[in-house]
Structures are given as C-alpha cells and as structure tokens.
Write a protein that binds this ligand. Sequence first.
Ligand code: IPM
Ligand code: MN
Length: 355
Amino acid sequence: MKSYQIAVIPGDGTGPEVIREGLKVLSAVSRLEGFSLEFETYPYGGEHYLRTKEVLPNSALKEFQKKDVIYLGAIGHPEVKPGILERGILLKIRFDLDQYINLRPVKLYPGVWTPLKDKGPEEIDFVVVRENTEGLYVGKGRFKNKGTKKEIAIQESINSYKGVERCVRFAFAYTRKRNKEKKLTLCGKTNVLNYAHDLWQRVFNKVAKEYPDVTTDYAHVDATCMWMVKNPEWFDVVVTDNMFGDIITDLGAMIQGGMGIAAGGNLNPQGVSMFEPIGGSAPKYTGKNVINPLAAISAGQMMLEYLGETKAANRIENAIQFITQNKLKSLAAGKMGYSTTEVGDLVVKHLDGVR
Ligand code: IPM
Ligand code: MN
C-alpha cells in the first residue's frame, strides 16, 4: 500500500482545531482510497516559543526534508511581537525548503456568499501563482540615521532571473495543465517598478514563446485589484511577485467567501511542499469549536492532489461543495449552523459521494 509521510504543524490559536478536522478527513479518505498517511506532529508556534524560547530549530527543518509534505495550521500569537514567528517559522520553512511557488486557488463554491454582486461560481474560478522566496520578502535593506528626523529606511526587492524564470515557467505549465481558458495574466507594476518588473516582463515574454497555446495578458497590480472585483471571470491563472501576490490573494480569499475557505500550497516541485489554510490563528475564536475548518480541509485536498491522489482529492472537494451548497448557513466562524467538529464530520460523511 502506498504510504506518505506527513509533518504536521498545528501551530497557534485555532490552528490545532482546524488541523484536527483536516486530519480526520484525510484519514477517512485514505481508507476509502487505499493508501496510508503517517503523521508526525511538531509543536512549533507561539506557545512553544513562549515556553522554550525556541522558534524553529534547524533539526526540525532536516526532519521536514525527509517527509513527503508538510501540513500547517496557523502561526501567530498575540503575546509574541509581530515578525518573530512569521519570519522564524513560516517564512523560514518557505525559504529554507525553497518552496518557490505559493499556489492560491480562488474558487467560489456553490452556496457560498460572495460580496461581489451578480457574480457566482461561474465567474469566480481562477488561480494565483505567487512567487514565494524573493522580492520584498527577502528582508534586505537598511536604516540610515535611524531614530532621527533624517532617517531613511530602505527595503529592497530582490528579483533574480532564476527566481523569476522558475516561477513564470511553473505558471505557464500550470495554465496549460489546468486547461480552462489557457490564459495567463502577468500582474506587475511595469509603469513604476522599472527594474524589478522590467525583468518580470522580459522573462514572461521569453517563456511565453514556448507556450504558443497559452494566451498571455498583462495587468498592473492596481488594475488587477479592480478587475478581481469587477470582472473576476477575466482571470484564469495570474502570476505575480511575492508582495503583490500576498495582497491580491487576500482579496481573492474575500471574493471566494472569506478566510473560512481559502487554502494555499507552498510548493517546491523538486523538494518538500507545505499546505496551509491562509486564515491565520484567529485568537478570539480559539478553543470555542466555532472556527470553520473547511480552509484546512481544502489545504488537505490540495496536498493530496499534489501527491497525485486525485481521486481522494476529488472526493474531498465534492464533499466540501455539497456541504457549502446544502448544509452550512455561512462560512463565518460561529455562524455556520454547525460546530468545527461537526463540519469535519459532515465532510467525512459525504466523502463517499452518496448524497
Ligand atoms: C500569507 C501570510 C504571510 C505572508 C505572513 C503571515 C508572513 O500573510 O501566507 O499570505 O505574508 O506571506
Ligand atoms: Mn498574506
């Protein structure tokens, strides 16, 4: 029987609650499809840091490297200064394991409320390919005259040919494989960012020649935000840099129904990838059994899809669609009409496709 080794980092806040439901669903679907999942849980996160002063040891990264994938809940703790856990855990894993793609599907499921009037599942179904290891996230820069009125803070965006090219290549290949409209939009800011996005545009144009079957398009990031609200149906796959990708994928999450449903993958196609709900640790809902676990369950679905367990992934997606359409009153925490654990149970119950 095929077996996969999975590192699980439940993390902070509601992370453990949603991961528990994700694991419940993953275990159930693996039994139905006849493969086995071996989970190893790691304690990293805010609580662990406050208790031990340890953020993420290199030994853990070495262990992750031996796994097939990583399944992450949420990182972030109200008593820990912003940046420590983000940089020390989440970004460290992304960077050190060279997870150079952040894949973010923006898909409105039937029955889910969207703030966009007159738009439905037909119109809201695209994927953002975000570069995940470079740009402003590299953390390069400096202060000059720090603490004085002459202070200048410089934050550099690092864009390497290699980094841009592998991201753009992934996006073209993904667009072809997705086979929806076969349209790839580059989202940038070529009218202002005269170095960084000059490189992006050149690389994009060059790789495009190898994909004559893929239609290309370009939109500045501000216009991208506008079109995502006004005409989301114009997008099939969008490729963009790390910072812009961070911003537009939160907008994407909102139009697909919010943080309760949005999931993402941090991919290293040659290495170990990590899947996560993108919603954060939601401290105020912690321990109440009210948070929506569907984003974590969707992250699990993406993980199985990535591992090649397509049938299992489809079972999960069908179950999610069934319950968003027929069961849940809302996707918002505390308003679903069901508890966190009940939503997990509902997904499990509908994995068999029997309605
Ligand atoms: C995300 C998150 C992270 C990011 C934060 C937590 C560092 O917002 O995954 O989009 O900015 O990448
Ligand atoms: Mn973000």
